[in-house]
Ligand binder design. Sequence first.
Ligand code: ATP
Length: 434
Amino acid sequence: SSLSMETIVSLCRKRGFIYGSSEIYNGFNGFYDYGPLGAELKKNIKNEWWVEFVQRSDDVFGLDSSIIGSPLIWKASGHVGGFSDPMVDDKKTKRRYRADQLFYKKVGDAYVTVHEAEKTEECACLVDAPPDVFAQLPPPDDPRRPGDLTEPRDFNLMFETNVGATDASTAYLRPETAQGIFVNYKNVLSSSRLRLPGGIAQIGKAFRNEITPRNFIFRSREFEQMEIEYFIKEDDWEPRHAEWITRCKTWLLKIGLKDELLGYDVHRDNLAHYARACTDITFKFPFGEQELQGIAARGNYDLTQHQSASGKSLEFYDEVAKEKLIPHVIEPSIGVDRLFLALLCSAYEEDGDRVVLKLSPLVAPVKCAVFPLVKKEPVLTLARRLYEDLREEFACDFDVSGAIGRRYRRQDEIGTPFCVTVDFDTLDDNSGFP
Ligand code: ATP
């Protein structure tokens, strides 16, 4: 499609979905603020997810763990040593790039760097560039200037902070919500009806010091995740993995994503060493087809790591087989903000100079707008009463200003599924209003 990110970004600003963070101080790269409609849409996305996967699931239980926890969690999970992206610096401009998102190819006798989006078959990833080739590579934004890149080095993505007043108090803002689930596995097991198979779900903020935040809220430094750890027996992983891929896709369609914009990416060679399989559900964003949700079969790596690091048993006692085991997991993980962007892109339509957001009523920020046709009694009071009735249950808008056609267009632009105009005929048939 011809939808551009500029169109989405400017609609978001203009109608109060999303602003850049700290704008009055000239902005702060990688962070965003959600305005009145954005806050509403985001809340609806999270609520629908929670209702689907927690409230209506017999076997999944909710959790809301702290953003900052013991640094020992992140040591055991491998994040302290390993949660990094390969980074290269342009020594002249001081710009930084993610080496795994940069590619290079030979043109004549020289090498050039190529951004991920423009890569072709003859391109290889910068991470794999041999040192002698590396020395000749120009930085991506200036193809004629050679040899100014540093070699790739690991850059840890976790934000550090200090807790309390002592010096040796380094802690981390969580880069994912999943570890909060693993470290609470025993707590939930002993205080709820969680059994095997069964899961724990969590929605919450995550923080990553991304080297190159880009594509608006697709990749930011502060975002929200909706994650489930679904605990299973080892030999059950294949059917459960398939089942969760289907459940996730079904829900994405239910809240209004267009089927033709969704796809799958089955990981084969870039799997984590402990993972059995990982399938991404992808979305065709204006800047390309990208991961929207990851559904990983993670083995029992995390619980095993936490059990040995903490010395506390994280086993499940199987009453039937009369044996203890450390469960394996299926992990569906999706970013709220990324899904927010996908929903807007999927819903956006232009009809002449009219913009229509075809959002599902499940997530639309405003469910119903009420318009009194004229600013006169008794039309005005009746419309106001209808609005006050409706807003007891739904997010509603009451708009008295401008021509009625313009009022409809304003609602079309923000995805309001229902509008009600109160006119003189309404007065003749107000049987529903005592
Ligand atoms: P990438 O390799 O693109 O950096 P990832 O594979 O590390 O991403 P995961 O760790 O699998 O991402 O994160 C799970 C989900 O969280 C993603 O599918 C995505 O929806 C969301 N997510 C991850 N990083 C970000 C981010 N920086 N901004 C917004 N959402 C994110």
